[in-house]
Unconditional design. Sequence first.
Lengths: 174, 336
Amino acid sequence: MSYGVAAWLEEIAVGGGVFEFQPDIVITSIAPEIDLLVPPEGEAIEAFKSNARALIEKIRQRCDASILWCNTTTVGQAIEPTNHHRLSVEPRSLRAHRLCLALVELSHELGISIIDVDRVLAEDGLGLDGEISGEAERLPVLREEALRVIEDYGYFDDRPITAQLGRLAAGAGD
Amino acid sequence: MPLPGFVRSGVSAWRQVAGNDTALEHWAKKRYLHYVSSQLRKDRGKTWVQWSGRRFVIVSESDDLPEPRRGIVLQGGCDLPSMFTVAPLIRQGIRGTVAIAKVTSGGAGRHRMDQIVQTLDPIPEVHTREVKEKLRLRQDYFEPLLFREEFAIPDQPQFGHFPQTVVVMSIATDLTRTAYAHEQYGFTVDPGGWWLNQSLERVLDDLSAVDWFRSNFRSVGKLSVEKFQESIALVVPELKERINSKVMIYNSLVIEPGNQTHNYQLIRNPHSARRRSFAIALAEASRALDFHIVDVDRVLKTEGVREQIDFAHFPVERMAPIGREAAAILRELEVA
């Protein structure tokens, strides 16, 4: 079952989930949303963005964690239609493009970071015939990319970052 | 096309003696370009004959170029020469004759979708004469070349005429080029095709032309996605209805190889977002207008993009996989 942003919001509403501990970093992905985008996809994207804004706001209110959101590759199946005329459902590639664009807009609006899975997987090529193959083999490059972003925030420095200091100060005041 | 080293040295020496832009230099340049574009290579198999030139390839079942003739016209974009790699994929058992050709020249400066739209309504010659002269635009710059029923291979009259069975375009031009609108008459030009290919000394040599351009034109910037949608909704039906052409359009790689940006909060107009918007707009237009997309984005991501210097320019080894994608579409259209 795909576990999208809407389901996550419901989970948070009843308590628990990510807030059971106080994370410094929350990493999530838009990949599950691809199967949840039902026509009309344009409206579904707006619903995703609205839910994502609410989720980001809740995470920041509760634990002020840095949010890293993985985008997804637009190459996902062996055969994609080249003519979209009369298609009742948009192809996977187009839904992925819509979600990736939505994520850039959310990053611009709210300052979340994007783990660019689409770029990282494409740099060495996804392989012939369009099938995503050898996913496990590709995990190291995705891990490296995530670590690079986390390092950019300063989490690997030998001192707390500003957000952590803020949380410490807030905790000290309690 | 880059000149051989000894020719460049000769031109440089000549300019030192005689100066820039002499009549003799223009004559020699014209002759050289004619020589290059008239070069021809012929290959033959058991069931096919192929002629290849700088901007075209013809594949036929025999020397007499029999019917049915199908023509595939390439309009703009430095990614479109990948269409020439279609030839070896369609020549086995070919029926009749297929020509694939880039018939318009003049660089990238005339292929934006809104510029194609403006050719649909003729602009009076009196309004454009000075502009063509000052910016060294081709005489046919404002002509509706894309909407002709037939075309001939430039500098190769022996092959006769071909119908415009398929028109192949690319959104790379729409993504990148900046246009300038005439203050008085409103038409747009993109002089980059000429200016960018000259030495700075040669451009600055005629500063009066720069002043003239500044006082007669204003920048209208890059094509907006809305204007692109509006323009493509005019161009594609016109091609289908006016000349009964089928349409294929190349999309473009949306990611930026090597770009490590992960937070877009302080970036007002990220180009990768622009490319995503155009990829989505193109797919939506395909749905509404019934045309095929050559999915360059998918092919390049499948093959790997690490060696690319930017999104638009891919290594020559990527031409063939893109050609395979295009050949599959041509088979579906029953053109090949």
